[in-house]
Design a protein around this ligand. Structure first.
Ligand code: HEM
Length: 512
């Protein structure tokens, strides 16, 4: 029996029943007429009343992203209608025309939606990452101004350079000297966390080296993010809603972690506001100071927006880089090209020089094609609609686009889609130099596309290029995995390498 008090909660929870964030346990109704023979071994799950295909999805849990990707590959128009329990349905697609339709043409009809925002609201409040409509638009407009100034870009570069030279390189150098194995995934995540905190708050967390009080914020942030995103994969939202009301288990830990994060952030906001009162203007270029300087002083608002920025920027570049280092190790020819390009550049490439590193840029795009930091994204339909391939969408249905599958579609990338080939992004010009040839963002929605495209894209490339140049100029990154073992790619909000990315760091000699 459900206690009377919990009944309203029950209805709120049952409506989005089984509607998992990325990987909802839906059965698949697939038009298999055009199924290529090479995909004959792909078996569709059976759907049962009430639970739908929950059991089948549970069984493929370990490779759900890859499995859904295989199903997209064999479906006409790279689009599936997923039939879930209790009559619910959703669409999952790898079709660029549909991606353009939901992210641009009918942008206002496809929003984050209440399932998404309600699930993350304890942690993210109404910050940009968790906002729709006017609230999102307002934050986006303010944030864009803060992000796009020349001085802001210079500040971001200085932050990256400083962390790279004074923290990351020494850590790698000592690992090389002592022949120590490092978890590069952990190191790069800490590096990105430090960077994004400095840029957002103007506060040096020093997560990369410190193990004291300062790390508490980072650890609480990680915990809050992990538990919040795991809410999406509860078979019933009711489970976390009840645990939340009773304040037990993971929900109790979440409450404590969120309190820690918000207290820490609010203290910084208060300090900055005090400084601002005393000095009239803050000279600092960090995002918080800029927000406060431009008259946005509401504590809740600036705290929420800064927390959203940290979340958006903290894991994505590290997720991209671990797969990049993995792929170049497997492709020494590509590594050689990158090292040659780096050696042609100055010690710490400033943004313009980093832009000249076209081969490195192409290699980063290519590695994110195969291993996107955000593998699947979800939108909710605000009203009935018809997608470009004729699929009917009803109000409240979720439409997901599968970025990982799109990077692996033969129809987009050709027969050699499985090859790691930066050259597919390049063209030789008369001078014999490479010229970068981009793809449209609906075909390659790694940074999303349309009005809600990632705000940190430029910053991310700057950070990644500096990091790659700084590391590969001095070291070789050598994975310690046994021969023939492929690391497993999995994801919650952002992708990860299961078990970490364990490497030896070797000093690079001139002949390397
Ligand atoms: C390789 C690195 C990155 C990738 C692949 C990436 C990808 C994405 C994607 C897919 C989204 C859409 C998420 C959604 O709405 O569901 C997004 C949004 C966003 N990203 Fe990034 N991102 C990267 C780095 C960064 C960095 C370094 C920052 C800056 C701190 C940043 C700031 C943002 C912000 C603020 C949004 C929200 C934009 C909005 O909703 O209007 N990103 N990013």
């Amino acid at each position: 029996m459900i206690p009377t008090l919990l009944l309203p909660l029950f209805f709120v929870s049952v409506l989005p029943l089984f509607s998992f964030f990325f990987l909802g346990p839906f059965s698949l109704k697939l038009n298999t007429k055009d199924k290529p023979s090479s995909h004959d071994n792909i078996v569709l799950p059976k759907a049962y009343p009430l639970i739908g295909s929950y059991l089948a999805f549970k069984a493929t849990e370990n490779r759900l992203i890859q499995w859904l990707s295989d199903l997209i590959k064999v479906s006409p128009a790279a689009t599936l209608i997923l039939h879930g329990p209790m009559g619910s349905r959703e669409v999952i697609t790898g079709n660029p025309a549909i991606v353009e339709h939901i992210l641009k043409t009918r942008f206002s009809n496809y929003q984050k939606g209440t399932t998404f925002t309600h699930t993350l609201s304890d942690f993210l409040g109404k910050g940009i990452f968790n906002a729709d409509g006017h609230n999102w638009k307002f934050q986006r407009q303010v944030a864009i101004q803060q992000f796009n100034t020349k001085s802001q870009r210079k500040f971001m570069e200085q932050v990256v350079d400083e962390k790279l030279s004074n923290r990351l390189i020494p850590i790698l150098a000592s690992a090389a000297q002592e022949d120590r194995t490092l978890d590069m995934q952990d190191i790069l995540q800490r590096f990105s966390f430090d960077n994004v905190c400095k840029i957002a708050f103007g506060f040096d967390l020093d997560y990369l080296t410190a193990s004291d009080e300062r790390s508490k914020f980072a650890q609480a942030f990680e915990e809050a993010m992990e538990i919040s995103t795991k809410r999406f994969s509860e078979p019933l939202p009711l489970i976390w809603e009840i645990k939340r009301v009773l304040n037990v288990g993971s929900e109790r830990r979440l409450r404590m972690a969120v309190r820690e994060v918000h207290e820490f952030a609010k203290n910084i906001v208060r300090e900055k506001k005090k400084e601002l009162k005393e000095k009239e203007t803050l000279e600092s270029e960090d995002m918080l100071s800029r927000f406060l300087n431009s008259g946005h002083s509401d504590e809740e608002f600036v705290t929420d927006i800064v927390i959203s920025f940290i979340l958006a920027g903290k894991d994505s570049t590290s997720a991209a880089l671990i797969w990049f280092f993995w792929l170049i190790w497997k492709n020494p020819r590509v590594e050689k090209e990158i090292v040659n390009e780096i050696r042609e550049n100055s010690e710490t490439p400033v943004a313009d020089e980093a832009k000249d590193m076209v081969y490195t840029h192409a290699a980063l795009c290519e590695s994110m094609r195969l291993y996107p930091p955000v593998p699947i994204d979800v939108k909710e339909a605000m009203d009935d609609d018809v997608l470009p391939d004729g699929t009917v969408v009803k109000k409240g249905m979720q439409v997901k686009y599968h970025v990982y599958a799109m990077g692996r579609l033969e129809s987009i990338w050709g027969e050699d889609w499985a090859e790691f080939k930066p050259e597919r992004w390049l063209e030789k010009v008369e001078s014999g130099k490479w010229k970068f040839v981009g793809r449209d963002s609906f075909t390659y929605p790694v940074f999303q596309a349309g009005p809600r495209i990632c705000l940190g894209k430029e910053m991310a490339f700057m950070q990644m290029q500096k990091l790659v140049a700084g590391i590969l100029r001095r070291f070789r990154v050598v994975p310690t995995v046994a021969d023939g073992v492929e690391p497993r790619y999995f994801a919650f909000l952002t992708s990860k390498m299961e078990g970490g990315f364990h490497v030896k760091i070797q000093k690079r000699v001139l002949s390397d």
